[in-house]
Design a protein around this ligand. Sequence first.
Ligand code: KIV
Ligand code: NA
Length: 268
Amino acid sequence: MRAKDIRAKAGEEPITMLTAYDAPTARLIDEAGVDIALVGDSVGNTRLGYDSTLPVTVDEVASLTAAVARATEDALVVSDMPFLSFGADADDAIENCGRMLKEANADAVKLECGPHTVELTRRLTEIGVPVQAHLGLTPQRENETGLYRQGTEEESARNLLDLARQHEAAGAFSLVLEHIPANLAESVTEALSIPTIGIGAGPDCDGQVLVVDEVIGLSERTAPFSKRFGDVRGEMKGAIDDYVDAVESGAFPAEEHSHHEDGLDDIY
Ligand code: KIV
Ligand code: NA
């Protein structure tokens, strides 16, 4: 799967996208035929124990991207560029984004977008780094906006549509829309020729993305617009509790988990 194959799916077939932060999960995602595996900076919350995405580093995303890429054959692997890895100095941004492709084998990068990422999207696309734009709820701007959502009032809705068009014109191959009204997502989807991929943005986007920990039921909480399709957390808890009980009661290890070799009895 390449960025251009995702772009070609707009209006044709629904696009599926999930986050992935490790090789075994990425392999399952790939085998299920998911179109895009996103190494999201949501890993800060889901796996690294931070209470926001802001502390996540370029090194962390690069290392996790490499793990996901090693386990993926067909899915497009997208690295989510962390807070302050882009947006200040363009040359630094290009170096950080380039690392994801050169060192970590990503196929594309995702940027939380605003007016400051239009030119960067153009430059990256020109030099061969496919860009997935991301508008709506942009968690990296939490300190400035308090998790403010772009596009919830008429004026900001126009701004969002405008930014979406600018990023399309700059070469973005797709657009993630996070937590915006479904009717606005529908309008943006109609206005663009690149695919929109929604999370909490209603059913009329060209595709859907969710955080895999919520889908499999590993996370403690699930966002209201998300959906649990499994109970991995319950499975893990059960297995860990059973292990502790088995060791404490002496039931594990049993004879079948041990081995003996001749001549090793009675050595003092
Ligand atoms: O980091 C992430 O998981 C994301 C998705 C919610 C799109 O950006
Ligand atoms: Na993200």
